[in-house]
Design a protein around this ligand. Sequence first.
Ligand code: ATP
Ligand code: FE
Length: 335
Amino acid sequence: IYILGIESSCDDTSAAVLCNDRILSNVVADQRIHAEYGGVVPELASRAHQQNIVPVVHQALEKANITKEQLSAIAFTRGPGLMGSLLVGTSFAKSLAYGLGIPLIDVNHMQAHILAHFIDEDNHKKPLFPFLALTISGGHTQIVKVSHHFEMEVLGETIDDAVGEAYDKSGKVLGLGYPAGPEIDRRAQLGNPKAYKFTKPKVDGLKFSFSGLKTGILYFVQRETKANPNFVEENLNDICASIQYTIIGILMDKLKLAVKQTGIKHIAIGGGVSANSGIRKALKDAENKHGWTTYIPKFEYTTDNAAMIAIVGYLKYLKKDFSYFDVMATARLKI
Ligand code: ATP
Ligand code: FE
């Protein structure tokens, strides 16, 4: 079975080809235009998707060394995401599936961030059910109980900013480029995580909150800069390390609570922030410390990519769970 996956929910245009659950190709065209605006500009994103989608799909097929006539089905991101961006992938997937006379399969982007773990890779174990998934990305922060591939229940999520946003907005305060997550992570590894202390939010149960932390960092930087105008430049690595230490602490506290509440000790992470070295190390440590079994995705399946869309397509294909051609892109789509 050959599945073509198409992802266009935000600012990455991506196409991937799977043969059963093995990746043959996974092409991602990221849109650098947004960097100078300090965030994704929706109109520019959808225009760039329109320019990228045909070449990206061509490349994915070429790399996989198959023709479009060999495809068994086409899977695409239906949502959640930016409407204009989603529309490009949705329309393209529909027309191609219709033209080829093959099934169309709609995919939930957040489910895909989790189900990326079911891509067959050497040296990667697939999660055993039931497991807890911590999805940490640019738009979401959730703890999900996964009882089966398509049996998912959100146990808790953020009431304001997502953790990726916390990284990007803190980065903005520090004068770093967009997205700032990878840069903060890189510097965090060179600094002292206990140099500065930021207060953790007080939110009940498995809910998350990150907007207070962002404001706390802003006030901290304003205060310190008043005393020393070069404060940020002189202490950037320590500041990044302290921010990362606080964020990872928040995530781990909630994971521990979720394990306590559910008794489930199998933990998977997914989404862009699962590329982060701090969360990866904290989870590895928890294997010995708390007896958890953890699942950490390959880097190329953390930020947005079509391989994760294609694997969900494959899992749905096996169930003959196909979409009608009147399926619509949905900006706010629940897991
Ligand atoms: P969503 O999946 O919620 O719709 P999205 O698709 O825009 O949002 P992703 O592409 O999954 O988000 O993740 C992007 C986010 O990941 C950005 O906020 C970026 O800063 C963050 N990120 C990427 N790498 C790292 C890293 N190493 N450390 C921390 N954050 C990171
Ligand atoms: Fe994403």
